[in-house]
Design a protein around this ligand. Structure first.
Ligand code: BGC
Length: 358
């Protein structure tokens, strides 16, 4: 346990046991506190963000992410709540991709397709962990994904660094190096509800997305290959609007999925604002910054109804995910940015979820 005094407040990192894996390996939960009103609990199984506390406009500590209580619950983490996703976020049609003239098949785990890395993706791995001393509390998680795992070529060394920054962001740095050419598309699958988890739908949250183009899906939620303008559609969030405004519209792409479950191309290339969300009830706002090309906006259309952490009851549309990523199924669409990672080159992306009270 380490404490650093920073003015009147305390920056800390605490490590505790979170139980044991079925094979007896110890799982840890880290509590990170930036001493400025932002704290997080992250577990080494799946690199899952279990809790994320932000103070609202009245100083009330609010847990803004959905989650489960125990390791046993997380061992069946349907919906990938809070988890790190890899080696390939979102879908690959029939699991198939071609690399250097050779066909590979990623693990099939959703109908005929591969979703979020296959049957045993990074969300189901026990990560090695190290806390970092310093003015900003951080947790380094590492993983070795061996050549051939879930059908992907190359030994992949993965490093994810979670940091709570001084200016109240959860920063996630994704780094990887492969021993062979491969594909890599890492993300985090946190479900946010800025009014507090378990507090009902996110219909009234006001959302801005820095995107003029989205990719429509076929019936299997697989991009059709088209890249369409958001103009005059429910996908236009260039002027902020309530998430619920068009969520029940009969626009085909919304109706098919019972809400949003789509990839948005983010304007620009550098580290830039991808989205901003605000909860009108408690003033908590969140900005998303990334250097990745795209982002999946998902309104928890398939979230299983039930009792989750702290005895809270969840149902569909009670959270939103903003998963920064390469376009889904990009290897089959040469006009999408390529998620190919060359042997020995560094995959290196950063996404920040920054909190402000308005
Ligand atoms: C996908 C959804 C899926 C969800 C949970 C999202 O990234 O786009 O279709 O239901 O993850 O698996």
């Amino acid at each position: 346990m380490d404490f650093y005094l920073k003015g009147m407040s305390i920056v800390s990192v605490t490590k505790n046991s979170f139980g044991k894996m079925p094979d007896g390996q110890e799982v840890y939960v880290y509590l990170l506190d930036n001493g400025n009103g932002l704290s997080a609990e992250i577990i080494t199984y799946g690199g899952i963000v279990k809790n994320l506390y932000v103070n609202d406009k009245n100083g009330i500590k609010t847990d803004v992410v959905l989650g489960r209580d125990t390791l046993k619950d997380y061992l069946h983490n349907d919906g990938y709540l809070g988890a790190l996703i890899g080696r390939h976020a979102n879908r690959i049609a029939k699991g198939k991709f071609n690399l250097n003239g050779r066909e590979y098949c990623a693990g099939i785990n959703e109908g005929y397709n591969s979703l979020h890395g296959g049957n045993s993706g990074f969300d189901k791995k026990l990560w090695e962990s190290n806390a970092v001393d310093g003015a900003e509390p951080a947790l380094i998680l590492t993983l070795l994904s061996p050549d051939g795992e879930e059908g992907f070529p190359g030994d992949l060394k993965v490093k994810v660094i979670y940091t709570l920054t001084k200016d109240n962001a959860l920063k996630i740095e994704y780094k990887a190096v492969s021993s062979d050419d491969t594909v890599v598309n890492l993300t985090n699958h946190t479900y946010f509800n800025l009014a507090g988890h378990g507090s009902g739908t996110i219909d009234n949250h006001i959302l801005y997305i820095n995107s003029s183009f989205y990719t429509p899906n076929d019936g299997e939620c697989m991009p059709t290959g088209e890249v369409l303008s958001v103009k005059n559609t429910p996908f236009d969030f260039r002027e902020s609007k309530a998430i619920g405004r068009d969520m029940n519209s009969d626009f085909e792409q919304i109706r098919m999925f019972g809400g949003y479950d789509h990839n948005f191309a983010i304007e620009g290339r550098d580290y830039r604002l991808a989205a901003a969300v605000r909860c009108p009830n408690n003033g908590i706002a969140m900005e998303v910054y990334t250097d990745k090309p795209a982002m999946q906006f998902y309104t928890a259309n398939a979230l299983e109804k039930g009792i989750y952490k702290d005895s809270a009851e969840y149902d569909i549309h009670q959270a939103f995910c903003l998963e920064t990523q390469y376009f889904p199924n990009a290897m089959a669409n040469s006009h999408y940015p390529s998620p190919m990672l060359k042997k020995n080159e560094e995959y290196n992306f950063t996404t920040e979820y920054r909190f402000i009270v308005k």
